[in-house]
Design a protein around this ligand. Structure first.
Ligand code: DON
Length: 344
């Protein structure tokens, strides 16, 4: 994203203005904490044990500054946000063209766990952000045995967060014993030759990657690593090759919010990814990573408070990828450049 000289962005705030950003996060926290919309994910029974009041917001900049409010150190399972990082790993291992033969890059407009397109159209999962595509992506992670592959994956996450990573075993087991829909997709993909015969290994690794524990602070640093062209801004170490940032951010932009991706792109205008435990990350390339954690979800599986906070931050700091410094002519669009609500 090009720098816009005539306005204040989160990137060009000085040290003395830091408390102002902190104050804005605090304001957003207080504004949205009372929201009671949304439901906890319950199709993975362990996730239904979350506290609906948990709410954290964290911003990490590419020069390593961190701003956080609320429950930003509350641990939870990363769920679908993991798909972004495993996709990066698969790109590094197989390259863009080979990976494209197994997983597409087309948004579906369908729910994240839909099986319809897989059977109806290409036989190849549409993109790596929906479950089918993520399972296919995970099945491609190399290693001599399941332990190797899991350690390799945890190591990849460690580079993004800067510390050792662990799995929440109860969520993993809960997901493993109830994930019949994911199993059905994996078998269908096996039928189409999109994954190999080690279906249970691929599913176990997929359930494990979804059960990796993070907090909101970790997610912001992971997002900032993507914003920083693959280098963790807190450790200075590379987590993913710079040449694949373009690929990762493109699929996040078009597919990261599932059947809300179009409205998200229109209103927030940033590459993003959500997960059913209530996390959302958004990336402002070359500037910062945003993470919000709040478990109650809307009907598409996206965090209700997370969407509100990102919409506000995007409007307030003009973070939309296609924001123009020119004011809108229409009076009703001057104060609020993006509609508050779209009919869906
Ligand atoms: O495959 C599943 O059901 C979960 N482990 C991940 C789903 C998820 O987070 C979808 N995101 N909104």
């Amino acid at each position: 994203m090009g720098k816009k000289k005539d306005r204040k962005t989160l990137e060009n705030v000085s040290e003395s203005e830091m408390p102002a950003i902190q104050a804005i996060l605090q304001e957003l926290y207080l504004k949205y904490q009372p929201l009671s919309e949304g439901k906890l994910a319950s199709y993975i029974p362990e996730l239904a044990k979350a506290n609906p009041d948990w709410f954290g917001i964290c911003i990490a900049t590419v020069d390593g500054q961190i701003y956080e409010v609320g429950n930003s150190d509350q641990l939870f399972t990363i769920q679908s946000i993991s798909k972004v990082f495993v996709y990066g790993m698969a790109l590094e291992e197989h390259g863009r063209e080979a990976l494209l033969t197994k997983v597409g890059v087309e948004p579906t407009g369908d729910p994240f766990d839909s099986i319809i397109r897989l059977d109806d159209y290409s036989k190849r999962p549409e993109n790596p952000m929906v479950n089918a595509g993520a399972i296919a992506t995970t099945s491609l992670i190399k290693g001599n045995n399941p332990t190797d592959r899991l350690n390799y994956l945890l190591d990849m996450f460690r580079h993004y967060t800067g510390h050792d990573m662990f799995i929440d075993m109860s969520v993993f087991v809960s997901e493993r014993t109830t994930g019949h829909r994911n199993r059905a997709m994996a078998h269908l993909m096996r039928h189409f030759g999109m994954i190999d015969e080690k279906i249970d290994d691929a599913l176990d690794l997929y359930f494990q990657q979804c059960s990796v524990m993070v907090n909101c602070h970790d997610l912001a640093v992971m997002a900032a690593t993507l914003a920083n062209r693959g280098v963790n801004p807190c450790t200075g170490k590379r987590a993913v090759a710079a040449c694949y940032i373009r690929d990762i951010l493109s699929v996040m932009y078009t597919c990261g919010m599932y059947n809300f991706a179009g409205e998200w792109a229109y209103k927030v205008g940033l590459p993003a990814k959500s997960g059913v435990s209530g996390g959302i990350i958004a990336i402002v390339p070359n500037q910062l990573g945003i993470a919000v954690f709040s478990p109650p979800l809307d009907s598409r599986g996206n965090s209700v408070r997370g969407i509100k906070v990102c919409e506000d931050l995007s409007r307030r700091f003009e973070l939309h990828m296609f924001d123009s410094p020119t004011a809108c002519e229409h009076p009703s669009d001057r104060l609020s450049p993006h509609p508050q609500h779209l009919d869906t």
